[in-house]
Design a protein around this ligand. Structure first.
Ligand code: SF4
Length: 66
């Protein structure tokens, strides 16, 4: 079983939902959001991330702008 890079992951995490128990556990974060048809918060620009809309639709919308 590979070791989790929790501390390093937390240092890079841009998710503003600070009470989430998946923060820093990127594998759990990806699985969770993928199962909901979403992407992890770190895929979104700062302002979009704050909306907590992690849908693929939002992701495409954000990156389709100019
Ligand atoms: S992106 Fe989602 S699962 Fe990941 S830390 Fe933020 S709220 Fe939690």
């Amino acid at each position: 079983m590979p070791e989790c890079n929790l501390k390093a992951n937390l240092n890079q995490c841009t998710c503003t939902y600070l009470s989430c128990h998946r923060r820093g556990k990127c594998c759990e974060c990806v699985v969770y959001h993928r199962s909901h048809g979403e992407l992890p918060g770190c895929f979104f620009p700062r302002e979009a991330e704050k909306t907590y809309d992690r849908s693929i639709r939002k992701f495409v919308e954000v990156y389709s702008k100019g």
